[in-house]
Structures are given as structure tokens and as C-alpha cells.
Design a binder for this molecule. Sequence first.
Ligand SMILES: Nc1ncnc2c1ncn2[C@@H]1O[C@H](COP(=O)(O)OP(=O)(O)OP(=O)(O)O)[C@@H](O)[C@H]1O
Ligand SMILES: [Mg+2]
Length: 668
Amino acid sequence: MFKRKHKKHKKKVAQVVEQEAKDFEEALELLVPSTLIETLPRDQIDTLDQSKATFNNYYVEVGTQSRHRRYFTSQYIQKFGKYSNATMLDPFLIGEFGKGDTDICIHLKKLDDRATLDKLNRKIRGQESDLMMNDADSGRTMDVTEALRDTMSKRERIRQKIESNIEVSIQVLTSSNDIDDLNRYTNTMNRNVLNNDMMMGTPDGRQLKALKNMLPFTANPFIKEHCMALETTNVADLFLFGNGTLSHNGGIVLGDDHLGRPLYFDNFHKDMENYNMIIFGRSGAGKTFTTEVLTHRSAHIGLKTGIVDPKGDYRRFIKAMGCPYFDLSSPTGHRINIFDVDIEEHTDPEREGQLYVNIDEGVQGAKALIFRMIRVNEPENSSILTATARAMIDQTIRQLYTDRGITRDPNSIYDYDAAKANSEGALENGQDMNLTTPYKKMPQLSDFYEALRAKTSNKEAQTIAEVIFIYTRNGGSEVSSIFDTQSSTFNLSRAPIFGFGLSGLDEQMKKIGMFIATKWLSAKFARKNRHIPKRLIFDEAQEAMEDPETASWLENQYRTMRFFNTSMCAITQGFEVFTRVDQGLGILKNSSTKIFLKQEAIDIDSVKNSFDLSEGEAQFLLYTAEKGLGIIRIDNESSIVKVRATPKEFQLFQTDPPRKRKPNPSAS
Ligand SMILES: Nc1ncnc2c1ncn2[C@@H]1O[C@H](COP(=O)(O)OP(=O)(O)OP(=O)(O)O)[C@@H](O)[C@H]1O
Ligand SMILES: [Mg+2]
């Protein structure tokens, strides 16, 4: 057995060696081709009508043994409109001109500032004398006056070292396997760039030198008459080999931009106003897929992610990653308690480093949940939640913590008696002592219910008790009472990704459960370990906008999470729902990163107005954007993004039912 394996291995090595040798041979052949001919129009005098000859008839033919012959022609950009801009070379890169390829090669040489200033001074003197010779109000005078002003302001910029002058050669090489295709391709390209205010020049008679200039062997790759002197700022615009149209150059590659360049997304970039994000898109637009790409690649750079998964969309992915997925809807599964509170650090700079139990936050969340339970079940047209009822609920919840001695003091949360009993028990039994002190038992929903019941003379308290009774352990079904419990023990510290699933719950319970899970993860994960970057993702975020209290609670999370180094990431189908309430607008304002995937017609106007999208961008999101294609916006920057998974990732992320499954276009 071992021998066979060994043999197989040897065979593989032999294959690799063979392939490498072949690659090397091919590379060598390109460098030292078997034919390398520069063709000029006069060489073709017999076969070509000279009067029809265009610059394209100057070309280099490269022949190799193992590949097709290929034809190359070089041109240089000689001039462009008055201002450069970051996308001016894009048409070349997109290269949709026919059967051929475009390569761009930029050579730069910093010019001596002193020499540049001398040159500019000479130019200014020339322009001044030109002015003196001309009639004051002739058109020519106006042109020269303007040119003089330009030259003088350029001299000023160089003098003050705001700019430097740089010699630039921008060479555009077109190539094809067929000479006619090459001519057509190059002509189409030239027509296209003429529309863009650019002028091209050809190194006629020196095509071979130009082609060789593209290789890194030439000592002086500049052809003098094909160079421009540009200022630093203009040169910066030429750099298309960077990081897409977002300025990030770290983090993860989320996909490609509109030119197929890798698009980096650094969720914790220091310039970002906050780390939160929202992903919008209609059903099937690729929200879950995008989120999985984000989560998977982030895990590889050490970012931890917790996911609240109402529909069970992430289960397969999380499990395939070998990470824990806690199904809260399973009858025997893990449980969380809506009254859990925890210790966290003060966000107030004056109390930096001080710890406290954030009871207020816990009460706000629990109250919002109880309001939601009441709204879901209150008889139609009744208004149980009067101002006094709300105040009474608030006071009753606070009392539950007070009764257990749990206050803002971090010491108050620990159960020292239990710790002592545990260690004594361990000593007696000769076991190892557990040195961690457990937390006290937290209040539970049935404690809240009992507390209301105890207010026998308060009619409102009795009504509310009746409504929430079904959520208590004695109140009815096992399913609706799953949150009346002490929390299970979760070990979240080791897993890079973990999920809380709710897909088994009915619609009403799911709406409540999603919020319970988000609240719990906020206290136990997002607001802990504040120096470690992490992400909390929750899908179906539009649900939280249904109640003002839930929406407010969530908005508060979005406002405070930067301090805890946490990125809150909301995924939602319904954009319009967010813009309808103030809290939704607050959440949008506190999300530096927004990803828009394909939109529903009903949402497009609010998306367009809220984010000042152009008509073109709106049309793109409504019609053009296919799955995984959208716009990413980070504070003031934005780019088109095509979220692209590797074939292996695609296998992990696939959520479409298998029968409908389409092959991954990027897998080929
Ligand atoms: N970037 C992508 N590349 C390839 N396929 C994709 C991409 N994005 C989405 N898909 C395909 O579309 C399917 C549906 O996408 P996804 O489940 O992410 O949509 P969704 O927006 O989350 O929908 P819903 O709102 O219904 O949850 C995926 O299973 C996958 O097959
Ligand atoms: Mg989804």
C-alpha cells in the first residue's frame, strides 16, 4: 500500500516537472521567438494598395513554435483633455474593441525641478512676447493670455513643491492573432478614445523598439517625442493597477470592480466613521451569499463572526466550516434567556477602563421584547400598552434585578456562595477546583410573570400577565416558552464563526426570537473584549423596524458599537421600511458601509433618494445587477462590486435548491 502511494506520488512529481519544463520552454520562446519581423507599409507594397495604408500597417509579427503567430502594434497617448481623471484609461482596460487585446505600459521619470522651472520661465517669456506682438482683443490674444496664466500657475505649484514634473510615456499595445483583426481592433479603439478627448501617436518605423520597451530589459524605454510632462496629481490618476475604486488596500478581497480588478474591503479601516454595515437587496439578489463570502474570508484574517439566522440560510455554510451552529428552535437545543445582562466597559471616556453591569441596556432590550410579545398577542383594537403600563413594566423588570442583588457593580453579578460551595464540594470529593466564579441566576420570564401577578390590585399588571402567560413555562406550548429559561453554556471563544438558528419557529416566535438572539449576542459577544475586532450579523433586519422600541434599541447598538470594535451587519430585503422610521434612518446614518444588490421596484426610489444615486446607478440596481452584482458604498467612496466566490467557496455557499443549481461561472 505504502509503495503504491509512493509510486503515485512519484508520478505526480514527474507530471509537475514535465509541466514546468513546458512552461519554461514556452516562456523562453516568447523571449527568444523564432521569428520577429517589423513590418512597414512599404514592405507590403505588392499586396496592399499603399493609398489605403493606415498607421496600423506598421506592426511587429512574433512567431513561436508552440503558439500561433501574433501581431503587435504600439501607440502612445500624446495628449488628453485639460484635466486627467481616475477613469480616463478605463476604456482601454475594458477593451471591448473586437478580437484582440490591449496592454498598457506606463513609464515614469521624475524631472529635475530646477530644469523644469528654467523651461517654464523660458516658456513664460515666449508667451509674454507673443502677447505684446498681438492685437489686444484678437481671439489669439485671449488664448495666449489663458495659456500664460496656466503656465504661471504651474510654475507656482512647482516652486512651492506642491507638484513635481514627471516625464510620462503611456504606451498602448494592441495585439491579435490575425492582422486584419488587429487593424479593425486598433481602429475601433482609436475612434473610441478620440471621443474621449485623447490623442494618440504612433512610433512609425520604430514599432519593434516600442515593443521591446514593454519588456523590463531596456535601459531607456522612453521615445522622446512620445512623452508628456505631467504633474504628480495627473500621474496619480493613471494608476489603475491599484485597489479598485475604493481606497482600501487591506482587509479582504470582496470581489471584482467593474473592470475586473480585485476590490479590497477593510471593515476596520482607520478612516471609517464606524464599522457597521447594511446589505440591501431583493430576495435572491445574493445577500446571504455575499455575507458568506465576507464571513469566510474575514475568518481567514482572524475576524470572529456571530450570525443570527432566522431562516436557517447559514446553517449549511457554518456547519461545513466545522463551526458551531446553535439551533434555538430545536426542542432539545440550546437556550438563551431574555434577561441576561453582563459586565462591560464604560463607553464614557472619563471612565475609560472601568467596568459595570449594563442594567439599563438589558432593561431596554427586555422591555422592547415584552412590548413586542404583547403587540403580537393583544386583542385587536385594545391598547394595553398605555403610558402607565409601560412605566410599570420598566419598574417591574428593574425590580427583578434588584431582588437578586444585581446592580451596576460588577461584583454584584457573581454568585460567590455557589463558587464557595463548588470548591468545597470539589475538595471533599478530591476533584480539581474550578476557579471561575459563576454568575448569579438571572431573572426569567416566569419571574416577571409572577411579579406582575403579585400586583393584585393593579388591573393593568393582571392584563399584561395574562397576555404574556403563553410565553412562560406553565403557559402552554413548549415552543412558545423556549425563552423562559436560564441560558445554556456556550463556548464561543474558540470558534471563528458561530450561528444562532431560528428556522424551526413559527412566524410569530421567529420575530421575537430573532431579536432575543441579537440582544443576547450584543451583551455576550459584541460588547465584550472591546479590543478585538468582530462582527455581529443579523438577517431579516427589517423586522426590527416594526416596533419603535426594538428599532430604538438597535439604533443604540449601531451608535455605540465602534467603541467595542464591533461591526454590526444588518441584512435586509426591505429598504423602504428603514427609511420610514427615524430609528431606521439613524441606523443608515451610522453604517459607513452599504452594499446594494439588485433592488425591488418599490424600493428603488427611496434607495436612489437616500443615497443620491444617479439615474444610471438606480437603473443598474433595478435591471442590470445580476446575482452578487451591486454597488458598495463606504462613507464617500463607492464602487461596483461583483462578489465572486472561488469554486470551493461556491460549494460551501450554495443556497439554491440543488435542482435549480446553475454551474458557477467563475469555476471554469
Ligand atoms: N456572487 C454570486 N456568485 C454566484 N452565485 C451567486 C452569487 N450570489 C448569489 N448567487 C446564487 O444565488 C443564490 C441565492 O442567493 P442568496 O441566497 O444569497 O440570496 P438572498 O439575497 O440572500 O435571498 P433571500 O432574501 O431570499 O434570503 C445562491 O444560492 C447562489 O446560487
Ligand atoms: Mg438570504
